[in-house]
Design a protein. Structure first.
Length: 147
């Protein structure tokens, strides 16, 4: 379970509930005073909003593996100059996030569907590196033998 809890006067934080103990776990913020959680998937990934340092702005976050990540940090320089993602509203079991945001130049509200890009699996990376090293070793051995 996830949501928002009042932790002090005028201070709310996003939380998840530990399934074994029913204890609330404070997810913290992105440097500001308040945060709030909107959705959680079966993997325990949470999305919502958090105020940034100095309460300058609301940014969407993804909480995964014990860390809150500002989704705006994942935008390219060009994308970041055009848009600000302000709140994660939903997350599915594939990690796709439905989010709200604004067009920076006009403050027009827009919606986003953020889809994670799967990293190259480690075994494939290791296999490519190993293949390259074997190829390099064979080339060096052939040149040494021909001298």
């Amino acid at each position: 379970m996830t949501g928002t809890a009042n932790i002090a006067q005028n201070q709310n934080h996003a939380f998840i509930t530990n399934a074994a103990t029913n204890a609330m776990i404070d997810l913290g913020t992105l440097g500001g005073t308040n945060s709030g959680a909107s959705a959680i998937n079966d993997s325990g990934e949470v999305t919502g909003y958090s105020q940034t340092s100095g309460n300058a702005a609301n940014h969407a976050f993804l909480y995964t593996n014990g860390h809150m990540l500002d989704l705006n940090a994942l935008l390219s320089t060009t994308q970041a100059s055009l848009y600000t993602i302000t709140s994660g509203e939903g997350i599915n079991d594939s990690g796709q996030i439905v989010a709200d945001g604004i067009v920076n130049a006009t403050d027009q509200e827009v919606a986003f569907l953020l889809t994670p890009i799967a990293p190259v699996p480690l075994p494939a990376t290791a296999w490519l590196m190993l293949s390259g090293l074997v190829g390099l070793g064979t080339t060096v051995r052939q040149r040494t033998a021909s001298r």
